[in-house]
Design a protein around this ligand. Structure first.
Ligand code: VGL
Ligand code: ZN
Length: 239
């Protein structure tokens, strides 16, 4: 894996440069210090995606303490919120005869059908109570057009309808995006890829994410992210 290869190179490089054998755990992996141009994008950490929610991601709750600790290291933090209408086109219940996790062809392409989830104003759609990042600056909502889904926090599934996040980040000079949250293989990966396409530096913090993993979707998502130049990192690399 890329991260392991990089890590090994770094350790060997450090040892030969310094001329001393260093086994300091802090040198065993590349370290990244978020700058004033960095932003932590916390994707869809909402009740619906936690155990007990309408579209629970396995072990989704485990990332909350990891994300709270990360939040302390970033001056800039943005939350996203999946925010669907009732009868949303991405809900199986909106398509008679269809079941959750089947697919359907919509005007913009193939859509996975989900259980009803994250309906605007519901407790299910609220950000997780356990999140504790009071200095977060923006909550950006997506998926609120009833006919178009939006895994991405930048552009909806039609490839055209924008959320405005690109403009916000550009206007604030935030050009290094660190993505975490739920789910790795849907909203996290689509957001990470669109951030790259907007010309931003992007890292996904793997242990601060959990996946749905539907028919190999997790492996495919990591492949697609790698191809787009998304860095795959661990929260322990952020100082
Ligand atoms: C998500 C499926 C449907 C996500 C949102 O946040 O990853 N997945 N809606
Ligand atoms: Zn959704």
């Amino acid at each position: 894996m890329m991260t392991n290869m990089k890590r090994r190179t770094f350790v060997i490089g450090a040892a030969s440069f310094s001329g001393v054998t260093l086994f300091s755990p802090t040198l065993a992996q590349p370290a990244t210090k978020p700058s004033t141009n960095s932003v932590l994008l916390v994707v869809d950490v909402q009740n619906c995606f936690l155990p007990g929610g309408t579209l629970a991601v396995p072990d989704g709750n485990e990332i909350i303490p990891v994300i709270n600790a990360l939040g302390k290291k970033f001056e800039n933090v943005i939350f996203t919120q999946d925010w669907h209408t009732e009868n949303h086109a991405s809900f199986a219940s909106s398509h008679p005869g269809k079941n959750p996790f089947e697919t359907i062809e919509l005007s913009y392409g193939t859509q996975v059908l989900w259980p009803d989830h994250c309906i605007q104003g519901s407790d299910d759609a609220r950000l997780a109570e356990g999140l504790n990042i009071p200095h977060a600056q923006l909550i950006i909502r997506k998926g609120y057009h009833s006919e178009i889904d939006s895994y991405s926090t930048f552009v909806a599934a039609d490839g055209e309808t924008k959320t405005g996040l690109t403009g916000y980040l550009k206007e604030r000079g935030l050009n290094e995006v660190y993505v975490c949250g739920l789910a790795t293989d849907f909203c996290v990966s689509w957001s990470a890829i669109d951030a790259r396409r907007a010309g931003l530096g992007v890292s996904v913090i793997e242990d601060a994410c959990r996946a749905i993993d539907l028919n190999g979707s997790l492996k495919a998502a990591w492949q697609a992210m790698k191809q787009e130049g998304v860095q795959r990192i661990s929260s322990s690399e952020i100082t």
